[in-house]
Design a protein around this ligand. Structure first.
Ligand code: SF4
Length: 156
């Protein structure tokens, strides 16, 4: 299924963060990458446990839930601790749900807490100079550029 919103939002480094949080752009991108994985393939928890066990050269049964959570953070490049404690707490909730095998609920938690217009709505086209138009929510909309049909859709 084609993602809703801006067609670049799954990889755009400038994807617009939700209001009300103090989060570095790179950390926000990493959290959104995690959210997107939950919406697509999900987290292969058994694979993560095997990876941790092999890396630490220990039996897989000894891998703790905390090590799984840390490994998932690391896989997505999410810092050990985020600058906004509220974001960190929400992320920890989501990781807890992943360890419980509830990827769907973890995804819902992140969509609910961290909405982004980039994943919800296709941006309108705007003139960026005399010859070129572009579509990005970061650009000011132009009165002469009619907004395309509303493509709002549930975020994924
Ligand atoms: S609307 Fe702009 S900022 Fe948002 S994902 Fe698309 S290109 Fe990036």
């Amino acid at each position: 299924m084609r993602p809703s919103g801006c067609r670049f939002h799954t990889r755009c480094p400038k994807v617009i963060p939700p209001d009300g949080y103090d989060l570095e752009q790179s950390a926000w991108r990493a959290v959104l990458d995690f959210r997107q994985r939950l919406a697509s393939a999900g987290i292969d928890q058994a694979g993560v446990r095997e990876f941790v066990a092999a890396s630490a050269d220990v039996p897989v049964e000894t891998v703790t839930d905390g090590q799984v959570r840390d490994a998932v953070r690391e896989e997505f490049g999410i810092p050990d601790s985020l600058s906004d404690p509220e974001v960190d707490a929400i992320l920890r909730d989501a990781l807890e749900l992943v360890v419980d095998g509830a990827d769907d609920r973890a995804h819902e938690r992140l969509v609910e807490a961290f909405p982004t217009v980039c994943a919800r709505e296709a941006p309108p086209e705007t003139w960026v100079d005399d010859d070129h138009r572009a579509a990005c929510h970061l650009l000011e909309s132009d009165a002469d550029s009619p907004r395309p049909a509303d493509t709002s859709a549930p975020e994924r």
